[in-house]
Design a protein around this ligand. Structure first.
Ligand SMILES: O=C[C@H](O)[C@H](O)COP(=O)(O)O
Ligand SMILES: C=C(OP(=O)(O)O)C(=O)O
Length: 359
C-alpha cells in the first residue's frame, strides 16, 4: 500500500490502550479506598475554607520509580501522619508523570521499566494499583496532572492535584483543572511569575467546554462547572526563592487584588531550595516561624522526601539503582523528614487553633 503522503508523517505507530473503565474493572475503587479519598478531599477543602486550622503537607518522593520503595515509604508516612495528625495533615506525593525541562525519564506511567520500552499500559495499571493500596491504608495521595487523559484512569484515588510550573500557563491544563474533583494547586511559573498562576486560578474557577475522553475511551465534549478549590503553590524561580516573608506579603497583596482567597502553599523544594535538599528543612522552618509570628496565609507545605537522601542518575544497568533514592530531583531522607515534621508539629500545635483567617 502506498504511504499516506498527508497524515501521520512523524508518527511511527499507534497502540490501543484499555479504556479507563477496563482498568477500573480490573482495579475497582473499594469502599475503604473511597472513604480515604472523600475524607482527604473534604479535609483539604476545610483547610482552604479555614474551617480546619491544620496545615496540609504534600510530602513524598519527587517521582515514584520503584513500587516496593513506595510501599515502604507509605507505611512509614502513615505512621508519621498519625503521630502529627492533630496539627499537620499529611498527603503523600505520588507523582507518576514528570514534566522535563528538555528530555529525560518522564515517569512511571510513561516508562515503568525505565528502559525506554514505554509500556504505558503497564504504567497506568501499576499507578492505579499503588494508589489503591495507599487509599486502602488510609493514606491520602497527591499527584501532578500532566497528561490530560491520565486523570480518567486514576483521579478517583487522588486527594490533591498539582499543576506544574511548566503547565500552569497552558489552557489545556486550566480546562482540565476546572473539571477535576480535587482541590488543585497551581505552581508559579519557572521564571518566578505569579501572574500565570493567578490567571490560572481565575480560569480554572470558571466552567469550560473542551475535548477529552470518557470512561469508555470515546472522544467527548466536556462541560465543566469550574473548580473553586484552586490555590497558588510558591516554588521560587529564576534562581530566586519566594517563600520569605516579604515575598509572601507581596503574594498576599496580589491575591487580594485579584479577589482570590488568600491561601498559599509553599513548595520547600525546587527553586525555593535551589534543588539542594539540605535547604528544604530551612525553608519549612522559616514558614513555620512566619506562622508563629502571625502569618495567616500559609496553609500548606510541599516537601520532596524519600527513604534516603539525595538523588541518583538512572544507570544503564538498572541493577545498580540504589534502593529508596530519587531518580529525579534530590530529596531529604527519612530521618530528616521525621525530625522536621515532629518539630513543625511541636511549634505549631499551640498556635494553629488560635490562628485567624486573612482579614
Ligand atoms: O520535579 C522535577 C523536576 O524539577 C522537573 O520535572 C524538571 O526536571 P528536569 O529539569 O530535570 O527535566
Ligand atoms: C515538577 C515539579 O515541580 P515544578 O512544576 O514546580 O517544577 C514537582 O513538584 O515535581
Amino acid at each position: 500500500m502506498a504511504k499516506d503522503p498527508v497524515n501521520n508523517l512523524n508518527v511511527l505507530s499507534q497502540d490501543l490502550l484499555p479504556t479507563p473503565q477496563q482498568v477500573k474493572n480490573a482495579l475497582p475503587l473499594t469502599e475503604k479506598a473511597q472513604a480515604t479519598v472523600l475524607q482527604g478531599r473534604e479535609t483539604v477543602r476545610r483547610i482552604l475554607d479555614r474551617e480546619d486550622p491544620r496545615l496540609f503537607v504534600v510530602i513524598g518522593p519527587c517521582s515514584i520509580h520503584d513500587i516496593k520503595a513506595a510501599h515502604e515509604y507509605a507505611k512509614r508516612l502513615k505512621r508519621l501522619a498519625d503521630e502529627v495528625g492533630d496539627t499537620l495533615y499529611l498527603i503523600m506525593r505520588v507523582y507518576f508523570e514528570k514534566p522535563r525541562t528538555t528530555v529525560g525519564w518522564k515517569g512511571l506511567i510513561n516508562d515503568p521499566f525505565m528502559d525506554d520500552s514505554f509500556h504505558i499500559e503497564k504504567g497506568l495499571h501499576l499507578a492505579r494499583e499503588l494508589l489503591l493500596h495507599l487509599a486502602e491504608m488510609g493514606l491520602p495521595a497527591s499527584t501532578e496532572a500532566l497528561d490530560p487523559i491520565t486523570p480518567q484512569y486514576i483521579s478517583d484515588l487522588i486527594t490533591w492535584t498539582a499543576i506544574g510550573a511548566r503547565t500552569t500557563e497552558s489552557q489545556t491544563h486550566r480546562e482540565m483543572a476546572s473539571g477535576l474533583s480535587t482541590p488543585i494547586g497551581f505552581k508559579n511559573g519557572t521564571d518566578g511569575s505569579l501572574t500565570v498562576a493567578i490567571n490560572a486560578l481565575h480560569s480554572a474557577a470558571r466552567g469550560h467546554h473542551f475535548l477529552g475522553i470518557n470512561q469508555e475511551g470515546q472522544c467527548a465534549v466536556f462541560r465543566t462547572r469550574g473548580n473553586r478549590y484552586g490555590h497558588i503553590v510558591l516554588r521560587g524561580g529564576n534562581g530566586r526563592p519566594n517563600y520569605d516573608s516579604v515575598s509572601i506579603a507581596l503574594v498576599e497583596k496580589e491575591l487580594a487584588k485579584a479577589k482570590l482567597p488568600v491561601n498559599i502553599a509553599v513548595d520547600c523544594s525546587h527553586a525555593n531550595s535551589n534543588k539542594d535538599p539540605a535547604v528544604q528543612p530551612l525553608v519549612a522552618e522559616n514558614c513555620v516561624n512566619q506562622i508563629l509570628e502571625g502569618n495567616r496565609s500559609i496553609v500548606a507545605l510541599m516537601l520532596e522526601s524519600h527513604l534516603h537522601a539525595g538523588s541518583q542518575p538512572i544507570p544503564s544497568d538498572l541493577k545498580q539503582l540504589k534502593y529508596g533514592v530519587s531518580v529525579t530531583d534530590p530529596c531529604i531522607g527519612w530521618e530528616t523528614t521525621e525530625k522536621l515534621l515532629h518539630s513543625a508539629r511541636e511549634k505549631l500545635k499551640p498556635v494553629l487553633g488560635k490562628r485567624k483567617a486573612p482579614g
